[in-house]
Design a protein around this ligand. Structure first.
Ligand code: ZN
Length: 243
């Protein structure tokens, strides 16, 4: 008893118990989960899209899989029924700002507005997860997101799905990224397409169908909150300007 008392009241004990976890939550970006279970979190950014998101929901239902959708507030307000449908199917809905804002490049007031408006657009379905557009973060943006109570969710890997590629190539790349505890970045819609040919998400959806068909018995496809519960979340310092 005395030992426990001492461990928590000494400075190293306090650092271990309180400051480190708070610091990690304040400054750390979730990038993967250390787990022995064969589970993967597929994440879809920039939606919802009336055609592509609906097709992805059909596929996920077919293979009893779940995913996390980081929705844009401005798209969510146009697609209220779809947002409700995503939530009703058991998927997680995270905040990806209202206008796909580059967080480090806008004022604090604008950041709060982006977070608040998106939160309202996703209400009552949103979970406390935030993904910064372009992965761009600064110390100031981190603090704002923390004050809003969000866990910042990055990714373990992506398949460069904002560049047009044949479905077979996308499927191959996606299969190579399946590892226990991985968080994979995908897009059901492109907020600011740099490659006009990539606006059509059909090849990605075809690739997803292939991967789910081949891998759904080997891997469990779960939401980010479910993934976190399977092991130890890995959070890393992640600061980079929005590209
Ligand atoms: Zn995005």
């Amino acid at each position: 008893m005395q030992n426990i008392q001492r461990a928590t009241t000494t400075l190293p004990g306090l650092v271990r118990r309180w400051l480190r976890p708070v610091g990690r939550r304040l400054l750390g970006t979730l990038v993967r989960v250390e787990t022995n279970e064969p589970v993967v979190a597929l994440t879809f950014d920039d939606g919802p899209h009336p055609v592509y998101t609906a097709q992805i929901l059909d596929l996920l239902r077919q293979y009893r899989s779940r995913a996390t959708f980081f929705l844009l507030g401005r798209h969510a307000v146009d697609q209220r029924a779809l947002v409700a449908q995503i939530a009703a199917a058991g998927h997680a809905i995270g905040n990806h700002t209202f206008n796909h804002a580059r967080m480090p490049e806008i004022s604090r007031w604008q950041r709060w507005r982006e977070l608040w408006m998106a939160r309202r657009a996703l209400s009552p379905y949103g979970v406390p997860l935030f993904r910064p557009p372009y992965g761009g973060q600064s110390y100031g943006s981190r603090l704002d997101v923390f004050l809003f109570g969000y866990e910042v969710t990055g990714w373990t890997s992506h398949i460069e799905d904002w560049v047009a590629q044949p479905a077979t190539q996308l499927a191959e790349r996606l299969r190579q990224q399946l590892h226990p505890g991985s968080i994979i970045l995908l897009h059901d819609r492109l907020a600011n397409p740099r490659d006009p040919a990539a606006v059509d998400r059909s090849p990605l959806i075809e690739a997803l169908a292939t991967v789910l068909r081949l891998s759904h018995t080997t891997y469990g496809f779960v939401t980010v909150p479910e993934l976190i519960r399977t092991g130890r979340p890995v959070r890393v310092p992640w600061f980079r300007p929005a590209r």
